[in-house]
Design a binder for this molecule. Structure first.
Ligand code: SAM
Length: 276
């Protein structure tokens, strides 16, 4: 089985990406999540056993596994069959009865009830209806949403140049890195979608065959382009959806995540909280 991202330690001592790669459980991305959880939830296994976590667009299940190891009832939701079979392979090689996976579109989250923690990592920027989805997540979250996502830059002259950027500047910058102070994602000019500002990102061709889309293991699923909200629009949408506090979390950098990650990729980790 070819894992593409999550290095997970299995019961027999093997790792899904082999022994030379950093384990997801040791990564800054995971340890920063764990630290945040400890701020808001009791540490006892007994208390955590009564709490539910949803991991949205869970890919190979690495984060879902780590939540289960902490004692939470953990559910990973993933659209692609190939990814889900890797999740189930991981489950069958661990002794974690509180670890479960389903194959579904994340937009069906309400079918699975309410969760104390929702993890939305690397997913929101794959949706064409992010604000609708933020509302869905809010309706399903009792306490904490952990959100790692790209956002759109407020100003970037390259994205006003249309085809010139897409077919000349972006390929050139990709090859040479010339003047690429921020990654060139070939976004559109600034537009509004669902009443909020942002830019569109093309994921795959509209007429792409279903089998090909299935093979794009990290991409969007039921929509061929996605809408990247501007940062302020994103935090406004989170507040408007019912989260009382929204923070940005910075201690995931270091190790494999370079210090310029947030600036270069227009990406950050947000923590949205419901006060009781
Ligand atoms: C970039 S990967 C991120 C994986 C993982 N959350 C992480 O941070 O390592 C995006 C994942 O979301 C899944 N995905 C994309 N759109 C989805 C949808 N509408 N419903 C369920 N899963 C989706 C993809 O198949 C892929 O596994």
């Amino acid at each position: 089985m070819n894992f593409t991202s999550h290095n997970i330690l299995l019961n027999n001592g093997t790792q899904t990406l082999g022994n030379s790669q950093e384990l997801l459980s040791h990564s800054g991305l995971w340890t920063s999540i764990e630290k945040t959880i400890d701020l808001f939830f009791p540490k006892s296994i007994e208390a955590r056993a009564k709490m539910r976590v949803a991991d949205l667009g869970c890919l190979e299940g690495g984060y879902t596994v780590e939540f289960a190891r902490l004692g939470f009832q953990s559910l990973g939701i993933e659209a692609r069959k190939e990814n889900l079979s890797k999740c189930n392979y991981v489950k069958s090689n661990l002794s974690l009865p509180n670890l479960n996976f389903v194959q579904d579109d994340v937009r069906n989250l309400p079918d699975y009830g309410k969760f104390d923690i929702v993890l939305c990592y690397g997913l929101l920027y794959h949706l064409n209806d992010p604000v609708n989805f933020i509302n869905i997540m809010s309706n399903c979250t009792n306490k904490l949403l952990l959100l790692n996502t790209h956002f759109s830059p407020e100003q970037d002259i390259r994205y006003n140049l249309g085809l010139l950027n897409n077919y000349l500047i972006a390929p050139l910058q990709k090859r040479t890195g010339l003047f690429e102070h921020q990654k060139n994602f070939r976004l559109t000019s600034m537009l509004k979608n669902e009443g909020y500002r942002g830019r569109w990102y093309k994921e795959w061709n509209k007429k792409e065959k279903t089998e090909k889309v299935e093979k794009l293991l990290w991409a969007s699923y039921n929509n061929n382009r996605s809408f990247w909200l501007c940062k302020k629009d994103l935090t406004n949408a989170l507040h408007n959806a019912g989260f009382h506090s929204v923070f940005e979390q910075f201690n995931y950098t270091g190790g494999q995540i370079p210090e310029n990650y947030s600036h270069f990729l227009n990406r950050s980790m947000f923590v949205a909280v419901k006060h009781t």
